[in-house]
Design a protein around this ligand. Sequence first.
Ligand code: NAD
Ligand code: MG
Length: 378
Amino acid sequence: MKRIVLLGASGSIGDQVLDIVEDHPDQYVIIGLSVGRRVEKLAAYLRSHDVPYACVQYEEDRKALEVEFPNTVFFSGDEGLKKMSELQCDLFINALVGFAGVVPTLTAIKTGNTIALANKETLVAAGELVNQALQENNVKILPIDSEHSAIFQCIQNAPSSDVKRLIITASGGSFRDRTREELANVTVKDALSHPNWSMGSKITIDSATMMNKGFEVIEAHYLFDLPYTSIDTIMHRESIIHSMVEFKDHSVLAQLGQADMRIPIQVALSHPERLEMQRDNRLDLLKVGTLHFEELSHERYPLLALAYRVGKAKGALPCVMNAANEVAVSRFLKGEISFLDIERIVIGMVDAYENHPITSVDQLIQIDQETREKALLF
Ligand code: NAD
Ligand code: MG
């Protein structure tokens, strides 16, 4: 039995992790769960499962749950997420969204836990600190993001010197068929209707701006130890090929599958083995028929171009870009700013920042906080 700690259990990825766990009751047991505000979801799970540790975002929720579930130890807030990350387990799954995932990932690495990572913002904002901690603690990260799961499966244990290029595929997001001029008046509802994937709202907006693909380039740089010049992106509308690896002998390996996150989630959970999939999500290429590939233009998607520039610059800039983006997306979702204001805020805040190296997580937390405050008014 693998003992699992899952952070972000009430989200889109968290939900699907619980699906895979339920599908294999003889393989996995949840020993710790966290949710944000959706306490009812946690309570429902605790009514049917014995879970020794749980965490909620707010203190008042913790007090109420402690009365109903005396056999579970409850934590709350950021400090609670840190406590959850100190629990010894066989697999620590980070399905939080945003910078909130950084300290839990770093803490779980220090605890020595193998990590299954959905929270890409961890690697965007803190990639250098994370890789240093992974080395020091001899810990591994297993990717959940579909593109990185694809690369992980294709690359196996090949040394990075055997790899010529990673080709990260992109569906194109909600606005792939609109020109930049047509983006001026798009609504939140338009932006939230992704053609291929059903996901949390933040990543759905990040997919529409292509910030998500930029984040994935940075994520791939840190996961697979390759320079940015060896990481390409390509638009692939069908989301059937989840990414590719070109080796130095010009052989290209691709991973294919239906657009269902439960596949890469199960790959990460069962690694290094494979388990029978219990869901109806087999790929039928005859139904798909044709696969398309198009250029992903850096002019059409300036946040993709920005991510390359910021990734190469390293230091504090990736954290600034991430924080500015989190605030801009949240303001857009609240209807406070227009879609194109997201780009304006993120690019403007990166360009206004005097970059410098990062030496500690506390420094990173401070930069994240300061950037958020400024981005609210930018
Ligand atoms: P979501 O918004 O659906 O869920 C996020 C979870 O994090 C929720 O449980 C929420 O309560 C919790 N959370 C957020 N902020 C918190 C805080 N401050 N304290 C405590 N809990 C907090 O998001 P999602 O779509 O499941 O995405 C999760 C991560 O996985 C993101 O980093 C995303 O980029 C990545 N990812 C998601 C998908 C997908 O299909 N949804 C695919 C690839 C990668
Ligand atoms: Mg992805």
